[in-house]
Design a binder for this molecule. Structure first.
Ligand code: 6GU
Length: 230
């Protein structure tokens, strides 16, 4: 997969690819990431990327030219899925991560300032928000999306970390996990996990997943039950 990230703060994003799974993904060529400072595509003297809004009002608005110039400089941009990060976008969730992880080429724009020139929207396929709160810029949100997608590319995670047991797969939260020691300050590991009885362990884990989801995320639990009926 190739991902181009358009940002005014490339140094916020670069270090994320130097560690852990995102490092692995790039080092072993599952992912080709290109971080672009779209200020370089501003054509005016001051390299400006924002301007005051028509009609007046507070704040600055992101200009269209630097963004579109940057996109057009990307090889094969016509065939890439273009994502605009904005709190006005559709809410992000695991199902969307799974869909996006099947793309060959994604371009992501991180916004800043009070907003985008509305016409920028015409050049994007989808607008994504990571939740109902406002961030100072789209960089952190873009990294949330990138991280969640990249770990789903086949081969990036080892078999043992397989995403099939992740929370949210099938609308269930993950079951409780334990490791050594067996006893810590009077807290013990559930006997069943020491039994070696794989089928019983599987059942216990499913029940715990269901219980946990019902208690913590009744909204997800509803979806889970509906899916069971199908
Ligand atoms: Cl994508 N951007 C910003 N600035 N704030 C957000 C967001 C995105 N998603 C939730 N809040």
């Amino acid at each position: 997969m190739r991902i181009d990230i358009l940002t005014l703060f490339p140094d916020m994003i670069k270090p994320m690819f130097e560690h852990s799974m995102l490092w692995r993904a790039t080092h072993y060529d599952f992912l080709d990431v290109n971080i672009m400072d779209f200020r370089e595509f501003s054509e005016d003297k001051r390299n400006s990327v924002d301007d005051t809004p028509y009609g007046g009002g507070a704040g600055m608005v992101l200009r269209i030219e630097p963004v579109i110039n940057a996109i057009r400089s990307i090889e094969n941009h016509e065939n890439a899925l273009k994502i605009l990060m904005t709190p006005q976008g559709i809410p992000y969730h695991q199902e969307r991560a799974r869909t996006l992880s099947k793309n060959k080429h994604i371009i992501i724009l991180c916004g800043h300032y009070e907003g985008y020139d509305e016409r920028i929207r015409d050049y994007f396929d989808v607008e994504i928000s990571i939740g109902d709160y406002v961030l100072t810029g789209g960089e952190i949100a873009a990294m949330v999306v990138v991280d969640s997608i990249v770990r789903l590319i086949p081969g990036v995670l080892s078999n043992e970390d397989s995403p099939k047991d992740d929370s949210f797969t099938n609308n269930l939260l993950e079951y409780p996990q334990y490791t050594r020691p067996r006893l810590f300050e009077g807290k013990s590991v559930p006997e069943i996990l020491l039994s070696g009885h794989h089928e019983n362990i599987r059942k216990w884990r499913l029940e715990e997943s269901e219980k946990r989801t019902r208690q913590r995320r009744p909204d997800l639990y509803e979806k889970y039950l509906k899916n069971q009926e199908k």
